[in-house]
Design a protein around this ligand. Structure first.
Ligand code: SF4
Length: 321
């Protein structure tokens, strides 16, 4: 199958004073039509930068972004605007992303105006349809964002993103700011919408527990680079990278007997300053299994089993035994 999204050696650097900060380095990812790829890693690992660079909200420093085979970096501003209709984003904090002075009708109607998709009665009918689609109703149209709960505001954000009939949605930590009970509702809504509309998702989250129930495949990022990617079941059952293993070991297990006896991997220190990344493997300064080679040579990404890839020297060591 042809990927809908393909990132080829995507890199993004930001200038901080006289220095260059590498937020994303040589990032490769394919996302196939109708699938959800979860992108996880600690705060500051570059996952949101991947999402924003993919949409060209940040201009990449190097690499290619292909949407359905079309290189987005070669498009004129007019062509890019047309293409953006197909790619939308839902943000972490729905309150910050919704203009408090606009009614729900205006918020959801705005993209319809920008892309000249509907006006007059047809526009109103479309807004009502979108509200129903996300579990709200027409009585909500004349209200303002502050009159809604966090979960309802996220539903408004989703309705606005869907207004232009996108094929691909970036969900940038869409449930992190919500109560646990509401998180499941939003995940279920996103799953239903995906099934109904054939949507493709990149679901960004800071921990593996959040993406477990929605992702077909999960990609783990550290210090701007991809560490491991695999089908969800494989990654949760058989993580190959020490960083993934550490992230998984920190997820609490509801069974107190198992929780009490299992081994937890506690990572030392913070993620290094991206302005001064370690040489060799990006994870070498915190990895409990690091050895000399790790501090000198960048590990290559290699396939361990079908669709399961990881970048760690230990994989070579095991092969050579
Ligand atoms: Fe740890 Fe070395 Fe593997 Fe990096 S390459 S994850 S430092 S063992």
């Amino acid at each position: 199958m042809k990927p809908l999204i393909e990132l080829q050696n995507l890199s993004k650097q930001f200038r901080i004073g006289k220095k260059l900060l590498s937020a994303v380095r040589d990032f490769n990812l394919k996302i196939y039509p109708g699938e959800t790829v979860g992108l996880v890693g600690e705060s500051g690992c570059g996952k949101s930068t991947v999402g924003r660079t993919l949409l060209r909200l940040h201009e990449p420093t190097a690499g290619k972004i292909l949407f359905d085979g079309v290189d987005l970096l070669t498009l004129s501003p007019f062509e890019l605007k047309k293409m953006r209709r197909k790619m939308q984003i839902i943000f972490q904090d729905p309150y910050a992303s919704l203009d408090p002075r606009m009614t729900v009708q205006d918020i959801i109607g705005e993209p319809l105006d920008i892309h000249r998709l509907a006006k007059g009665r047809a526009k109103k009918a479309r807004i009502e349809e979108l509200l129903h689609l996300v579990g709200l109703n027409s009585s909500h149209m004349s209200r303002f964002p502050h009159e809604f709960s966090g979960g309802q505001r996220q539903r408004i954000g989703i309705a606005r993103a869907l207004a232009v009939e996108p094929e691909f949605l970036i969900c940038d930590e869409p449930i992190s700011a919500l109560d646990v009970s509401i998180q499941a509702q939003i995940i279920n809504l996103l799953k239903q919408l995906q099934k109904k509309m054939g949507l493709t998702y990149l679901f960004i989250a800071h921990d593996l527990a959040m993406v477990k129930y929605i992702s077909d495949r999960v990609a783990v990022m550290y210090l701007g680079q991809l560490m491991e990617i695999a089908p969800s079941l494989t990654l949760y059952k058989n993580p190959a990278h020490p960083y993934t293993q550490a992230l998984l070991s920190s997820i609490p297990i509801p069974d107190p007997t198992i929780e009490k006896t299992r081994k937890r991997i506690v990572l030392k220190g913070e993620m290094p300053n991206p302005l001064k990344p370690p040489s060799g493997c990006p994870f070498s300064s915190r990895c409990p299994l690091a050895f000399e080679k790790c501090r000198n040579i960048v590990p290559r990404m290699q396939e361990i089993s079908p669709e399961h890839f990881a970048a760690c020297h230990l994989l070579d060591e095991r092969k050579n035994r």
